[in-house]
Design a protein around this ligand. Structure first.
Ligand SMILES: [Zn+2]
Length: 223
């Protein structure tokens, strides 16, 4: 009975979402998430109880030790220094390209903060509290794929540009469209999840994204 109901639900989901919103991606990237998790765990010494992992509304795990980066192998898990910060190589490449393309349109993207180790996150957590910072060990900033962008407040032209274009480079604003009300909306916080997964997020949030783009376009026009 349950099995057939699940199949029915799956079919229903598929018929309701467009092709580009393929739910298969949650399965497809599992292996890569686990690989990355191993890397981060070794680097950080973080051992998280799976029962305590926070899942988002798409049933995707958030924070350490999971990520959705597609098509990266363990040997490529090198990170690179950039703007006094650090990013995993695939995230760095995507960031560098996005920054360059934005610059051509006179949009300036700079990193305020990316990688934080356990100790740094503890300092942030102590300073800002649980409503404004994740517990040490659970921050996406441990992943080496997440950036806080300077001057990307929710009423800025920069945020409008990011909403229009950053998904194409594989970045998503993971803390902006979360439904949980106790978590602060952060328009400057963007996490690299890979182009494919970013497309999936864009589909899932398309109404919310369009509302924000419309709101900001009144002030800044079409960019
Ligand atoms: Zn952040």
């Amino acid at each position: 009975m349950h099995k057939y109901f699940f199949i029915f639900l799956t079919l229903l989901t598929h018929s309701l979402t467009a092709q580009e919103c393929d739910t298969e991606i949650t399965q497809k990237n599992w292996k890569y998430r686990v690989n990355l998790s191993t890397f981060i765990s070794q680097k950080e010494g973080i051992d998280i109880n799976p029962n305590k992992i926070y899942y988002d509304f798409m049933r995707m795990p958030i924070g350490v030790p999971f990520n959705y980066i597609d098509f990266i192998q363990i040997k490529e898990y090198k990170y690179k220094e950039i703007e006094n910060n650090q990013l995993l190589y695939p995230a760095y490449e995507a960031y560098a390209k996005m920054k360059q393309d934005a610059f051509r349109k006179n949009i300036h993207i700079n990193i305020r903060s990316s990688y934080r180790n356990l100790r740094t996150q503890q300092i942030v957590f102590n300073k800002h509290g649980a409503s404004r910072a994740e517990k040490p060990g659970y921050s996406e900033h441990h992943l080496l794929t997440t950036i806080d962008i300077r001057y990307a407040g929710e009423n800025t032209k920069l945020f409008l540009w990011l909403l229009n274009h950053a998904f194409d480079y594989g970045f998503v604003p993971t803390y902006y469209f979360r439904i949980e009300k106790n978590i602060r909306q952060e328009s400057w916080h963007w996490r690299y999840v890979g182009e494919e997964a970013a497309q999936w997020f864009r589909c899932a949030w398309r109404n919310e994204i369009n509302n924000e783009i419309n709101r900001l376009s009144h002030t800044f026009g079409k960019i």
